[in-house]
Design a binder for this molecule. Structure first.
Ligand code: SF4
Ligand code: SF4
Length: 459
């Protein structure tokens, strides 16, 4: 897979399937992560992952360390026994299944492996960076239970995907357990992205009863003061921590997601410590995508050089973290992995780098997409363009026929320096950021500092 470096025609996203096959039991936490991340879920960005144990990272109580040796080694976890990407990369079967293989053979198009589905936009919080700008109260035109069921019926004709039920706050939807059961019954794999503040003993028991393997929960600061301000509600931090502990006590896996901004980029080591102390299964950092309510946060978006520093820190932190730990919504991380590995004299192999070696930076429209609360389909929750509506046209038709989806699947169409980049097959840039800031989803990723060799702005 290291041979992908510098090969703009390489398709690690396709090779993933070839290498892993479709065996039940093979896991794909990475792919889930991509999805979630896929970015786009909820006020958080919804993802999923799991894992954890002891050990406490040392070093860097503040600031974003970068480079070898930074971040320290978790006690009792020798670096030479820790695979890059964290200890937790097992646990779920991949989304897709036999239907996905048959669909691809029939159409030549890859099937969706992960779908983030905003089953409601209603939310009990008003987070500053919310993609959906969600608020409390009813939203007109939300998909009914029957419409959701018929859409699931159609989806499973082309894939058996992981479906991330998100919002808004999905736990505000009273029929959520019927949706979960129906998805299971039809062969999909539902998981939940939640702010966790509504999790009670009863709700956590229902999660376990309805076979929810994992929830993803957003926490953006390691202390109540910063988190509550960011989330727009005093007491939110404590309620979220309580919800996480209850879910864990009922055997439900938990992933913590942190949206990285200029306000908390220096606190990521502490956030990692918090994730460890809560014994969660995964910790994902989400690079802010300035859309939705987040579009007011352009000034809080890390400049490209800061992105580079955070992602470099993440690369080395992954090597020692006992958690499944990864950046999301940061496609150029897959360029950085290869650059830093090369500098270390390593090859980016599955054995050494796990699924990080097998996937691609942005999967929006490739193996991942988003369905809004009213049934609009987008490449991801942050990609502010509706490619069809399931009330008017089957999901499977939109997935197969949309020009935008098909554009995103053709890396040769990328423009600017992304088009000229030797890493475009493993990265691709964030198409949502390009759309938001340039009006053209094929333009260069605005938050990447890399300049491909020989590229000039006149190209
Ligand atoms: S120039 Fe574009 S394709 Fe290349 S690493 Fe940066 S974001 Fe990725
Ligand atoms: S467009 Fe950006 S936010 Fe959307 S899936 Fe791709 S990397 Fe993630």
């Amino acid at each position: 897979m290291a041979e992908n470096v510098g090969d703009s025609s390489a398709r690690p996203d396709l090779e993933l399937e070839e290498e892993f096959g479709e065996d039940e039991g093979t896991i794909n936490e990475q792919e889930m992560a991509e999805a979630e991340a896929g970015c786009g879920q909820t006020a958080i960005g919804i993802p999923m992952t799991s894992g954890h144990p002891g050990g406490h990272p040392g070093g860097h109580p503040a600031g974003i360390p970068g480079g070898p040796g930074a971040g320290g080694h978790p006690a009792g976890v020798p670096m030479d026994r820790q695979r890059h990407g964290g200890a937790r990369s097992v646990g779920f079967r991949p989304g897709g299944g036999p239907q996905a293989i048959a669909y691809e053979e029939r159409t030549g198009v890859k099937a969706p492996r992960i779908i983030a589905w905003e089953i409601t936009r209603s939310c009990n919080l008003s987070c500053v960076h919310c993609r959906a700008a969600a608020e409390f109260g009813h939203y007109h035109g939300e998909l009914s239970l029957d419409e959701i069921k018929s859409t699931i019926d159609d989806i499973v004709t082309i894939s058996n995907p992981i479906i991330i039920l998100t919002g808004g706050e999905p736990l505000m939807r009273p029929d959520i357990w019927e949706i979960v059961d129906y998805a299971h019954e039809k062969g999909a794999m539902p998981v939940i992205g939640t702010n966790a503040t509504l999790i009670t003993e009863e709700i956590a028991a229902k999660m376990a009863e309805h076979k929810i393997p994992r929830i993803s929960v957003s926490i953006d600061f390691p202390t109540a003061e910063g988190h509550d301000k960011f989330r727009g509600q005093p007491g939110c931090f404590d309620e979220t921590i309580r919800g996480i502990k209850i879910a864990k006590a009922h055997g439900v896996g938990v992933q913590i997601n942190t949206t990285v901004t200029t306000h908390n980029a220096h606190l990521l080591e502490e956030m990692h410590d918090l994730a460890l102390s809560l014994n969660v299964d995964a910790f994902h950092i989400f690079m802010l995508v300035p859309t939705g309510r987040g579009s007011d946060l352009l000034a809080q978006e890390l400049p490209p050089e800061e992105y580079e520093r955070v992602l470099t820190w993440a690369y080395y932190r992954q090597q020692t973290s006992p958690l499944h730990f990864k950046p999301t919504d940061s496609p150029h991380y897959y360029r950085i992995i290869r650059q830093l590995a090369k500098a270390e004299g390593k090859k980016v192999t599955r054995e050494e780098y796990g699924l990080d070696a097998m996937t691609r930076g942005c999967l929006g429209g490739i193996t991942f997409c988003f369905i809004s609360h009213v049934g609009d389909i987008q490449p991801c929750g942050y990609f502010n363009m509706q490619l069809g509506n399931v009330k008017e046209k089957p999901f499977s038709e939109i997935w197969t026929e949309s020009k935008v989806f098909n554009d995103l699947r053709d890396y040769s169409l990328l423009k600017g320096k992304c088009g000229a980049c030797e890493f475009k097959a493993v990265c691709g840039g964030c198409r949502a950021r390009a759309l938001e800031l340039t009006g053209d989803y094929l333009e260069a990723e605005p938050y990447c500092s890399y300049v491909p060799p020989g590229w000039t702005s006149e190209d």
